[in-house]
Structures are given as structure tokens and as C-alpha cells.
Design a protein around this ligand. Structure first.
Ligand code: NAD
Length: 496
């Protein structure tokens, strides 16, 4: 385990853009990386703009032909080397993320485990990413998959290690090169990843350009040599990125927000109730509630409602709200003051529009004077309130009572998002029929947050376009080229 001072000491004082396997000196324009909980100044980061994007895209473009020409085994070797390097550095990287974004070490450790799995998964997937073919008269048709070229990728702050892996691993496995923009609230571990990329990949294959969204992000999405865009973040910015892609007619994949239903049926085994309470608590509070997948609308059937609510509020009150550098499961702080104020405003709205079941207050944590910590907060409400409809991205759960199945399905789907969902039942037919009717890219039955590598991850409706995390993702990073070969030239048939 790396302690705070060792992790801090390993950081560079100033980070410039990572281009061609080297860190450029930062220009005069920088922004600070501030520890979310303690408020300490961790490092300065270059506020890059179109000049750095031009250089990074030129580097990725120059690296593309040689990278594309490698056989998948060679690309896989680089991915596995990077996975090994992250494993070696994981204790340090998870502490850096914990300092930077205020999530508990227990969680940032899981992030890096999932990230390593992603690099290894796509190393293996690259070997089986096949085209197809068939015989044709006098010859053969080959449909082969070809990479797009330079991918412009933009990620958010909530799970930086996972987000970087979700983007980089499939893109480079498929033979593309990358210019990645990390989030301004969480750039440190991604920039540190640059140091590991330099020992694993040829120069120019993966470039990292930090800065503000509306500056460097916009320059990346508008660059004429970027031939594929991939974005994770809010639906609002997703629209902007989508329009930038549309302007240049390049493909865009989007992973956006969520307001996911988690449904408990009355037939659940009474001996499972405590575990289901724990599952639904975890679904809402993991990641300090700052997860696109969070199960933030809990639909509880009338018949079990009162008993479940009693146990749920008890379960919430057992969660430790504390310094994120402590060990074990805990609720840390929001990533920034801006996010803290956003969560506070939704709690205030909830106190007016709904009934507060537990929590609802800010918490002071010793030694963490800058952190926006909140009690795990649960409201009893209906599906039409703002707290039930809008993505809060904080430790706030809306509980909705139900007793009519058709109304349940209507309400569960009656939201702009469609990312994830959960169902707890002992009845196979109910589970299957309900999973069929939920408008969500992920349905978890009797579990939540089950992210086995290879499980498609993508949203319906305003939650996104495309699927990451799975073999299919490689198709998203390639186009199909048909090559037909004939052993004989066709006989003359025109103007002979
Ligand atoms: P955000 O949309 O504000 O920012 C995401 C990224 O976009 C950042 O890197 C930001 O700098 C960049 N950006 C901002 N403006 C831009 C512009 N004009 N052009 C190009 N880039 C720009 O989102 P956020 O607040 O960082 O993250 C929270 C959101 O992300 C939530 O809605 C959450 O649900 C979503 N999210 C989705 C997934 C998923 O896989 N579906 C995963 C994590 C987070």
C-alpha cells in the first residue's frame, strides 16, 4: 500500500501534454490539481489548446500506418505490457486517484483492477477480431475490418482509470491510434498512465492532452484529421460532441448519463432481504453516488415496503462517511465544490418535493476541510419529481412505492435515460419478461454493478450510442472493407 506522502512525492510538479511518448513542457497557462478532500495543491497541469491538439493528432497520424501494420499478436503484447505496468504501480495510482477525486481507496483499487482487466481483455480480443469471407463465381470475397485512424477520445472524472481503459484498450487493439483528453477534475492518474504507456507502446500510438473541455475538448472534436470520436460524460456535452462529429461526418460513440431503476418484487425470499438491502444500498452509494450506472430510483413493492425501508435506512446509517484515504468501504467526498453545490441543491429540492427518510445533511470530516461530504440520503417520492427524474450524481436515492406491474414498467421506463437497471425476484418468468420490457442497456437480475469483462456496456435513449467493454466494441473502432478476388478476368460484355 502506498501512503499519501509517497504518492504525492511521485507526482510531477507540472504536467504538460503527453505526445510521442514524451511530456511536453507546459506553457504558461496551467490549472491546479487540487485534492478533493484536503484541498491541498497536488500539481499544475497544462491548459492545452489547439496547438497541442495539432501536435498530438500529427503524432498519432504519423504513428498510425506502422501501428495498423502490426499483427494483432504484436498489438496485444503492448496492451499486456501496459497491464503489467499498471499492476506494478496500482497501489500508487489508486492513492493518486483517491487524493484527486475523493473516492475511497477501496474503490479506486477496484477501478485499477477493472482497468487492467480491460487492457488484457482487448489484448485477447484483438486476436479473434475477424472479418468474414465466402466464395463467389471465379473467386472469393473477403470482408476485412480496418481501423479508422486517429481516434479523439474524451473522458469524465468519476472513474478515471476505468474510463481511460474503456477508451484506449479497444481503439488501439483494433489498430487505431489515440488522442485522449482526461477530465480537468481528474487528470493526474491518466497523465501518470502516460509514463507507463511510454514503456509499453511505440511513440505516438497513445497521446494524452489535458485541459478544459470547451478549449482542448472542442479543438479535438473539430480536428480534420481525427476520424473517429468517442465520448463519455453528460448527455448535454454528448450532444455537442455528436454535432462536431456530424459536421465532419465522422462516427461518434457516446456513453452518457443515467437514472437507473432498481426494482424489488414482493416474491423475493425473506432470507435474502438483508442482502438485497445491501445490494440496493451499494447500487446507489458506490462511487459516492457519482456513477452513471447508479441504481438511483429504487422501486419497492407495497407488500415489502415498510420492512425494507426500515432495513434500508439502517443500512445507510452504517456507511462510514470519512477521509477517503482510510481503508475499507466508505463514502468519500464529491469531486469538487461545484459538484458538492449541485448535490446540495438537489437535496434542498428533495426536502421540498419529497419525504426525507434518512440523511440529508453535509458532514464535516476532520482533516478534510475542503471536501463536500454528505450523509447517505434517501427520499421517499414518486417517479415524476425532479429528484427522481434528473441525474444528481451524488449519494441521493429516490425510493418509489409500487403495486401495479404495468404502472411499474411504465414508470421504470419513463425517464430520458436508459443505461442500467436491476431486478430482484425469485420468479424466472417475471425476471425474463421484465428484463425484456426495460429500456436499458444493462439489466442485472438479482445483482447490481456486475461488470464482468466482455459484458456489453452502453445506453439506450439519451444514455448513449454504442457499446463498450465487449468484443463488439472492436467493430465500433473499425470499418468493413470488402475485397473481391477473381482468378479470371470477366469475358468482354460491353462495347467490344
Ligand atoms: P461532462 O460532460 O461535463 O464532461 C465530460 C468530459 O467532456 C470532460 O473531459 C470535459 O472536459 C469534456 N467537455 C466539456 N465540454 C466539452 C466540449 N464543449 N467539447 C468537448 N469536450 C467537452 O461530464 P462530467 O461532469 O465530467 O461527468 C459526469 C457525467 O458523465 C454524468 O452525466 C455521468 O452519467 C456521465 N458518465 C457516463 C458514463 C457512461 O459510461 N455512460 C461513465 C461515467 C460518467
Amino acid at each position: 500500500m502506498t501512503d499519501v506522502s509517497t504518492a504525492r512525492g511521485s507526482l510531477s510538479r507540472v504536467y504538460g501534454a503527453f505526445i510521442d511518448n514524451e511530456f511536453r513542457p507546459a506553457s504558461a497557462r496551467t490549472f491546479p490539481a487540487i485534492a478533493a478532500a484536503s484541498g491541498e495543491h497536488l500539481a499544475d497541469i497544462a491548459r492545452c489548446g489547439s496547438a497541442e491538439i495539432d501536435d498530438a493528432v500529427a503524432s498519432a497520424k504519423a504513428a498510425f500506418p506502422a501501428w495498423k501494420a502490426l499483427v494483432p499478436e504484436e498489438r496485444a503484447a503492448c496492451l499486456n505490457k501496459l497491464a503489467d505496468a499498471i499492476e506494478r504501480e496500482a497501489a500508487r495510482l489508486m492513492m493518486i486517484d483517491t487524493l484527486d477525486i475523493g473516492r475511497g481507496l477501496w474503490e479506486t483499487g477496484i477501478d485499477h483492477t477493472i482497468a487492467v482487466q480491460q487492457y488484457r481483455y482487448f489484448a485477447a480480443a484483438a486476436l479473434t477480431h475477424e472479418g468474414f469471407g465466402r466464395s463467389i463465381p471465379n473467386g472469393y470475397l473477403v470482408a476485412k475490418r480496418e481501423p479508422y485512424g486517429v481516434c479523439g477520445q474524451i473522458i469524465p472524472w468519476n472513474v478515471p482509470a476505468i474510463m481511460a481503459a474503456f477508451k484506449i484498450a479497444p481503439a488501439v487493439a483494433a489498430g487505431n491510434t489515440v488522442v485522449l483528453k482526461p477530465d480537468e477534475n481528474a487528470s493526474l492518474s491518466t497523465l501518470e498512465l502516460g509514463k507507463l504507456i511510454a514503456e509499453s507502446f511505440p511513440p505516438g500510438v497513445i497521446n494524452i492532452v489535458p485541459g478544459l473541455g470547451e478549449e482542448v475538448g472542442a479543438a479535438l472534436t473539430a480536428h480534420p484529421d481525427v476520424t473517429k470520436l468517442a465520448f463519455t460524460g453528460s448527455s448535454e456535452v454528448g450532444r455537442i460532441v455528436s454535432l462536431a462529429g456530424a459536421n465532419r461526418l465522422v462516427p461518434v460513440s457516446l456513453e452518457l448519463g443515467g437514472k437507473s431503476p432498481n426494482i424489488v418484487f414482493p416474491d423475493v425470499d425473506p432470507t435474502d432481504i438483508d442482502s438485497i438491502v445491501d445490494n440496493t444500498t451499494f447500487a446507489a452509494m458506490y462511487c459516492n453516488g457519482q456513477s452513471c450506472l447508479a441504481g438511483t430510483r429504487l422501486f419497492l413493492h407495497d407488500a415489502i415496503y415498510d420492512d425494507f425501508m426500515q432495513r434500508l435506512t439502517a443500512s445507510m446509517s452504517r456507511i462510514r462517511v470519512t477521509d477517503p484515504t482510510s481503508h475499507g468501504p466508505l463514502l468519500g467526498c464529491m469531486v469538487s465544490e461545484k459538484q458538492g453545490r449541485r448535490v446540495q441543491s438537489y437535496i434542498d429540492i428533495g426536502k421540498k418535493d419529497a419525504s426525507l427518510a434518512t440523511g440529508g445533511s453535509r458532514v464535516e470530516v476532520v482533516g478534510c476541510h475542503a471536501g463536500w461530504f454528505f450523509e447517505p440520503t434517501v427520499f421517499e417520492t414518486t417517479n415524476d419529481t425532479r429528484i427522481a427524474q434528473e441525474e444528481i450524481f451524488g449519494p441521493v436515492l429516490s425510493v418509489i412505492r409500487w403495486n401495479d406491474y404495468e404502472q411499474l414498467i411504465h414508470d421504470a421506463n419513463n425517464v430520458r435515460y436508459g443505461l442500467a437497471s436491476g431486478i430482484y425476484t425469485n420468479n424466472l418468468k417475471v425476471a425474463w419478461d421484465t428484463s425484456d420490457r426495460l429500456q436499458a442497456g444493462n439489466v442485472w437480475i438479482n445483482n447490481y454493478f456486475n461488470l464482468a469483462a466482455g459484458s456489453p456496456f452502453g445506453g439506450f435513449k439519451e444514455s448513449g450510442i454504442g457499446s463498450e467493454f465487449c468484443h463488439e466494441t472492436l467493430n465500433m473502432y473499425t470499418h468493413l472493407k470488402a475485397i473481391t478476388v477473381q482468378t479470371q478476368v470477366n469475358p468482354p460484355w460491353f462495347a467490344v
